[in-house]
Design a protein around this ligand. Structure first.
Ligand code: ATP
Ligand code: MG
Length: 512
């Protein structure tokens, strides 16, 4: 619309009414008019598609459209076009309904003056421009509301959700009907967490009294996983200072929370490692001190006096035992260190497991004398395997030495090898002191010794090494034990380690 020219589309099929309106318009000296006249709705719509009009003067009873329908069709196709309905006296009710459906005004034919017509047209144009600006502003606000990374909800002061933005819609899995017009703490995403729900309830109460409240809350994501939000609830006051609205906002901090948990875990691990290092140092100094003192004492003793040959031999024997003990301890520490740092290479050799176990048992019988009876039984047809001989020897040596160490002299130790399919099972059963229930969960941790072993020498490293050896051989280890009845350790290993490693390598390759 230029300042002085109003372009209007007149849709009227009654020539007398047209003539009357034209006359009124000509009388107006304030504005000049550019009138396009049509008699039916169809050509009116065609004109509107081609040309931009400032206003439409619309008769409701047209040959091709009647009543409200005429307004609705134009309103739907051109929502920003101001419509002034022209109506007869008897149709005034219709005209009012038309205004309720978006027409700006109505004029009763026969009761219109030039002045009234001009006023109605300028108000209609002005109102429709204000409406357009309002809609644009609402659109801008909605865009900002939706584009923010935070979830946002507008709440009534008692916590009913009036509106939510796009992020909140996604959080609530697009279930508007379960969110809008419901209390915020009843939304599906908060329902799994009572703590979050009661915080929101409290937050709404405090915000409605003027406070801004903020906290980290846990919610349930649509996929059923846990979500963390940094949530705040703020009051909004009207110009009289009354709280009319609350804004609930929340930033997804799940990643941050996960990182925090990771850091906490690392710190905990570091603390455990430090603790382990300290107990390691304490243990090493203690365990080395005894045999080295024995060696030192023996050497001094031998130097200091001229002893009979028999006493000398006993002294040498003690020195040798102490040296063996020290070397064994050193070996264990070194092996544990190597397995911990991943420096142990698994070497596959073809082994006849039955022969291999027999040899280990024989060695024990030679070194232990007849203190215990070790009964070895092999079950299954073939006992051939492809595995790491050194890791397997460490495993069985440790388990057998424990069985001997923790069971009374003269008792029986049963060692069973069962080869079946692609697995080899090793069971070592003793009738010894057993392992207290309380110690069982920590048994494979380095330096852990059960409460019932006082007086029996050991460092608590053997089983930690066994566990790592079994893991390296891709096997499993478990035990059953009852105090004062006995203990059975079972190790299950794959018989063809190469095949497994190869399969793993192929899988790793395929997943890359
Ligand atoms: P070492 O490092 O010299 O082997 P250790 O025997 O004390 O010392 P592990 O072999 O790691 O250490 O065993 C850890 C603990 O588990 C033992 O101290 C003991 O309390 C318990 N334990 C292991 N095997 C048996 C068993 N067969 N019977 C009873 N207790 C056992
Ligand atoms: Mg041991």
């Amino acid at each position: 619309m230029s300042a002085d020219v109003i372009s209007a589309l007149l849709v009227e099929d009654n020539p007398a009414d047209v003539a009357l309106l034209m006359k009124l318009l000509q009388n107006s000296d304030a504005k000049s008019w550019q009138i396009t006249h049509v008699k039916r709705l169809k050509p009116a719509l065609e004109h509107l598609h081609k040309t931009e009009f400032d206003v439409i003067l619309l008769d409701l009873s047209l040959p091709d459209s009647q009543g409200l329908e005429t307004v609705i069709q134009i309103q739907t196709a051109f929502p920003h076009l101001p419509i002034i309905v022209l109506t007869g006296l008897k149709d005034e009710l219709f005209a009012r309904q038309a205004v309720a459906h978006g027409a700006q005004d109505y004029l009763v034919k026969g009761q219109v003056s030039t002045e009234l017509l001009l006023k109605s047209v300028s108000y209609a144009i002005e109102r429709s421009q204000i409406l357009k600006r309002l809609q644009e502003s609402e659109h801008r606000f909605r865009e900002v509301f939706n584009q923010t990374f935070q979830f946002m909800g507008l709440l009534s002061p008692d916590g009913v959700v009036l509106d939510i933005n796009q992020v909140a819609t996604e959080i609530s899995n697009f279930q508007h009907e379960l969110v809008l017009n419901h209390l915020i703490w009843e939304s599906p995403c908060w329902q799994s967490n009572e703590k979050s729900q009661s915080w929101l309830q409290e937050a709404v109460l405090r915000a409605s009294q003027g406070e801004t409240v903020r906290s980290e809350l846990q919610a349930l994501s649509p996929r059923g996983t846990s979500w963390w939000f940094d949530v705040s609830v703020k009051p909004v006051r009207n110009k009289d200072g009354n709280i009319t609205l609350l804004i609930a906002e929340g930033r997804d901090i799940s990643k941050l929370k996960r990182a925090e948990a990771e850091i906490r875990r690392s710190l905990e691990k570091e603390r455990e490692l430090n603790q382990m290092k300290n107990s390691f140092i304490a243990m090493v100094s203690h365990e080395f001190r005894n045999p080295i003192s024995a060696i030192s004492f023996g050497v001094n003793f031998l130097e200091g006096c001229d002893l009979p040959a028999e006493q000398k031999a006993r002294c040498f024997e003690r020195i040798h035992r102490a040296i063996d003990q020290t070397l064994h301890l050193l070996d264990e520490i070194l092996l544990l260190g190597r397995t911990e740092s991943g420096r142990v290479e698994v070497e596959y050799t073809r082994l006849e497991l039955k022969e291999f176990c027999c040899e280990i048992v024989e060695n024990f019988q030679i070194t232990q004398g007849k203190s215990h009876q070790i009964i070895f039984v092999s079950e299954g047809n073939s006992s051939e395997a492809r595995t790491d001989a050194s890791l397997l020897k460490h495993t069985l040596d440790n388990l057998l030495s424990n069985a001997i160490k923790y069971s009374p002299k003269g008792s029986v130790i049963r060692f069973t090898l069962t080869c079946q399919g692609d697995q080899a099972k090793f069971c070592i059963q003793d009738q010894g002191i057993g392992i207290p229930q309380k110690d069982q969960p920590k048994l494979f941790e380095a330096f852990h010794r059960a409460a019932n072993v006082s007086g029996i020498q050991g460092t608590g490293l053997g089983l930690a090494i066994v566990k790592r050896c079994v893991d390296l051989q891709k096997g499993q280890i478990y035990f059953e034990s009852q105090e004062r009845i006995g203990t059975t350790f079972t190790v299950i290993l794959p018989r063809n380690l190469i095949q497994i490693e190869h399969k793993q390598a192929v899988e790793d390759y395929c997943f890359q």
